[in-house]
Design a protein around this ligand. Sequence first.
Ligand SMILES: Nc1ncnc2c1ncn2[C@@H]1O[C@H](COP(=O)(O)OP(=O)(O)OP(=O)(O)O)[C@@H](O)[C@H]1O
Ligand SMILES: [Mg+2]
Length: 505
Amino acid sequence: MEQYILEMKNITKEFPGVKALDNVTFSVRKGEIHALCGENGAGKSTLMKVLGGVYPYGTYKGDIYIDNEVMKFQNVKQSENAGISIIYQEFALVKELDVGENVYLGKLPGKAGIVDWDMLYYETSKFLKELGMDINPHTKIKDLGVGQQQLVEVAKALSKNAKILVLDEPSAALTESEVQTLMGILRELKKKGVTCIYISHKLGEVFDIADRVTILRDGKSIGTFDIKDINEDKVISLMVGRELTERFPREEHTAGEVVMEVRGLNVYDPEGTDSLVINNASFQIRKGEILGIAGLMGAGRTELVTSIFGGYAGKKSGEIFIDGRKVEINKPADAIKNGLGLVSEDRKRYGLILQQSVTTNTTLASIDKICDWGVINSNKEYLNTSNYVKELRIKTPNLRTKVNNLSGGNQQKVVLAKWLMTKPKILFLDEPTRGIDVGAKFEIYNIMNELVRQGVAIVMISSELPEILGMSDRILVMCEGSIKAEFNYRDATQEKIMYYATGGH
Ligand SMILES: Nc1ncnc2c1ncn2[C@@H]1O[C@H](COP(=O)(O)OP(=O)(O)OP(=O)(O)O)[C@@H](O)[C@H]1O
Ligand SMILES: [Mg+2]
């Protein structure tokens, strides 16, 4: 009989109206990197929450064995004590605390109730260095970008000396080089005998790092394979239950007139200093085109679009024209009035009110469309929402479900639905397919094409170069707050984009 460090046997977990896990058996060998794949809503995060004690023993059916011993976790603490450390998809950092405090949350070092702060910051720096990250441990979490926050999560997990490390969608917010750093760390941990469960929608990574892969579909386990016995196409077809032949539905678009022009945009650091986050950016957006914005993390892409949208804290100067008319956009409401929409990269911070329903979130930015004489017409509200839920194939038990009960990818679709409902002329998409499975990505690309056919101009920020190359008509490359290059998609290659994204080195 094979020796497993972890066995989850016949796990069934139900939520009102959803069977999230249906008799799933999942076995992990000691020291392996085991990938867990499946479409949005397949049950990956739920399975890991069962393992992590988030759903206590008794709220699911089935058994968990660690080193052949049955485990009945009542809470997260007990699971951690058994050597399990999970980095959740929606991270759990406390934004008002600094990096060091977060890493040591719940286990501050020291004796007799006195915290050894020197030790805390020293150890934190050490972990961060191991991660190849140059982050000051005194920085507050809220001042870090999403990618850096993610690496702090990894540091936090490492500090617990985990036997089994679970990473739920860790790379979604990371840039290519950070992903490489993370892969390096995982290989090191593997040498030290740490077992790792790795959830990712990026199959390239899975095939790069994993020893075996388990595929879930609709809450059921489809099978476990040695990575060398399977390929990406096969994994995809097992995940979606059908063949998917192309990744990017490229269409030829004929760009129309200029709908928006940005001239000499300067954006200042929100701290009030003179340093520029965006330096003299000028560009045009045409009706019926997809403009891709490529660049590394920290290049200023998010700052560029959020400041145009009136949602950035720093001061700005320069001019914005919409349909040839100069406009003043000082807050998001001004942007919406002028026909702009923004799907932001951090869906928790700007996109969603997690405690509210799918309907409320979807209609959030288009209240006027569902109101009669200032009163919400719930019939209109329902019809509008259900249309988008159907069109985007949002997986939800019903429209009253709170969005924090949806899987990560389905939350992202709700953000998209919210902005589509405003019927924007210009739609900014900041990392629109982050954390979204291949099948749903394809649906989102199709929706983008459909919008472009209707004459919408789309500006898409993406850190995934294949996506930039696969979907954009035109590509801007940013580095250090400036636009460094512009390409027609036909002339662009990964190498050329990387050349400018890294400052021309
Ligand atoms: N707390 C909850 N209450 C109700 N339903 C839930 C809850 N958590 C998850 N679900 C449902 O269970 C199913 C599985 O969700 P889960 O988050 O495990 O998916 P996932 O595979 O992690 O997806 P993703 O790739 O989008 O993160 C989904 O249909 C989801 O809507
Ligand atoms: Mg998930």
